[in-house]
Design a protein around this ligand. Structure first.
Ligand code: PEP
Length: 249
């Protein structure tokens, strides 16, 4: 089954609204003839501004996180309903910074995944091992656990709106990239895990992005691998000069 490449930019906690607007305008112009699927995920504070700019373009609007509850006494959290209200189409969940800095465990990530899907948002579910887990030979088992637990209770129909992002934690923001071969091996393994959960067609169809220091000069080699279907880009998504060549690899 042919899978479309999906290139997403995670702007993390960067940029004011005017800086976000400027980048969004550059990207909509530069990518209008792009052949792949695109998404930008600005900070919550810039979602409305960026949403107005990318509306009607080939760039989807993503959020970087959401709460595990719909509403209520959750000071500082942002609900899926509020994201939808701003035109958000996709939410990134289980990012390693959420898992490791903010101590989100698999059960919490799973609640968020199910809630986002229930309300019609698409999900990018991030999985990936720490350096010590890789060195102990546990990269596959960690990714398997995060995938299986993250998708608990997700129906096959809802799974069709899930993208997986394999992001080895040791490669995020460090300048260290997994070799295309190492990344592809984990992608193939995750695909097998998906096959076990949802069957062979779902395994063939699921889009698995790679994330971890993707740059203009390494994107094409990563994307050339059979099981790598796109990229979730952090640092290099913050300027059009870096993101556009990745998006148009
Ligand atoms: C990320 O945050 O998802 C990421 C992959 O970051 P970077 O590209 O900066 O490594």
């Amino acid at each position: 089954m042919a899978r479309n490449y999906f290139i997403a930019g995670n702007w993390k906690m960067h940029k004011t609204r005017s800086e976000s607007a400027a980048l969004a305008k550059e990207l909509t112009a530069a990518l209008k003839d792009g052949r792949h699927k695109y998404l930008v995920a600005p900070s919550f504070t810039a979602l409305e501004t960026v949403g107005a700019i990318v509306k009607g373009s080939n760039i989807l609007l993503g959020a970087q996180n959401c709460a595990a509850e719909e509403q209520g006494a959750h000071t500082g959290e942002v609900s899926v309903l509020q994201l939808k209200d701003l035109g958000v189409q996709t939410v990134i969940l289980g990012h390693s910074e959420r898992r490791h800095t903010y101590k989100e465990d698999d059960a919490l990530v799973n609640r968020k995944v199910r809630l986002a899907l229930k309300h019609g948002l698409d999900v990018i579910l991030c999985v990936g091992e720490l350096l010590e887990e890789r060195e102990a030979g546990n990269a596959e088992s960690v990714c398997e656990r995060q995938t299986v637990e993250g998708l608990k209770g997700v129906s096959a129909a809802d799974f069709s709106r899930v993208t997986i992002a394999y992001e080895p934690v040791w490669a995020i923001g460090t300048g260290k990239t997994a070799t295309p071969e190492d990344a592809d091996a984990i992608h193939a393994y995750i695909r097998k895990v998906i096959g076990g959960l949802y069957g062979a067609d779902a395994a063939k169809g699921v889009v698995i992005q790679y994330g971890g220091s993707v740059k203009p000069d390494n994107a094409a080699a990563l994307m050339a691998k059979e099981n790598i279907d796109g990229a979730l880009v952090g640092g290099a998504s913050l300027t059009a000069d870096a993101f556009v060549p990745i998006a148009k690899f």
